[in-house]
Write a protein that binds this ligand. Structure first.
Ligand code: CIR
Length: 260
């Protein structure tokens, strides 16, 4: 089984409050109907890629709760509830806990520190845990231990500081290839991988998502799309204009696992 063989995913419908989601810059807020459209197209793409979806109801109290990747990590062998490093996102974990209880026999929880799922990249031999404003050293160490309980190896890494999450700047697009920004490519984090480097101006394509044979890529990045197409990847281009306004991309809108 590869890192990208998935059968199931959890998503959460955007609430109207999503327009007030966290974002670093001072650009325009997303439009609610546009986020709904982007989210629905994303769900369709996951179904087309072969996944069975559990789409949870909207949570108005948590504007960023559509980004279900951050409060938990899930694997065929069990799930881990995390602690968000963002005050407004801490309550999302309690909302997700009963859902994970329904899907997984084992649900672990990191007790201390903070960690976001967006900082965890699963690779064939280990999970890379990036330190960030959301994932601190204590949370990362607790996560290494929890992953060990599930029989998984992990290593803590330091991505370039400007990245929100490790996966904001990099994606494992097959078992040996990382798609990343120029900052990610020179960071040394991905030694041993084949690295595909994005051109300046196409950095937002770094948060891609490989599901089975399909590589989901943010639309509007023609140079990397053409290169990946030429290399034989089966691409599904998705509009992420409005979720990008709240610092999100493709991986963050689902929790994926293989239940086979
Ligand atoms: C946040 O700042 O938490 C959200 N506005 C965006 C989360 C993106 N999450 C991810 O890429 N895993």
């Amino acid at each position: 089984m590869t890192c990208h063989d998935f059968t199931h995913a959890i998503l959460r419908t955007p609430g109207r409050s999503v327009v007030g989601g966290l974002h670093a810059g001072d650009g325009p807020a997303p439009d609610y109907d546009a986020v709904l459209r982007e989210h629905a197209a994303y769900a369709d793409a996951l179904r087309e890629a072969g996944l069975t979806l559990d789409i949870l109801g909207a949570l108005e109290a948590f504007p960023d709760s559509i980004f279900v990747e951050d409060p938990a990590l899930v694997f065929g062998e069990g799930a881990i509830l995390l602690n968000s490093g963002a005050d407004t996102r801490r309550g999302e974990v309690a909302e997700l806990a009963p859902v994970l209880g329904r899907h997984f026999g084992e649900v672990l929880r990191i007790g201390e520190g903070s960690a976001d799922g967006g900082d965890v990249m699963v690779t064939p031999d280990r999970a890379l845990i990036g330190l960030s404003a959301r994932t601190d050293a204590v949370g990362a160490a607790a996560l290494v231990e929890a992953l060990g309980t599930l029989g998984r190896k992990a290593a803590i890494v330091e991505p370039p500081r400007e990245a929100l999450h490790l996966k904001t700047i990099a994606t494992l697009i097959d078992e040996e290839t990382i798609l990343t920004t120029q900052a990610g490519a020179v960071s040394g984090l991905f030694a041993g991988f084949r690295v595909l480097t994005l051109d300046p101006g196409e950095e937002a394509a770094a948060n891609a998502l490989r599901i089975n044979d399909t590589l989901l890529l943010s639309d509007g990045h023609p140079r990397i799309a053409e290169r990946l197409d030429r290399e034989g990847y089966r691409l599904k281009l998705l509009d992420t204009t409005h979720v990008a306004r709240i610092d999100a991309g493709l991986s963050c809108m689902s929790l994926r696992w293989n239940a086979a």
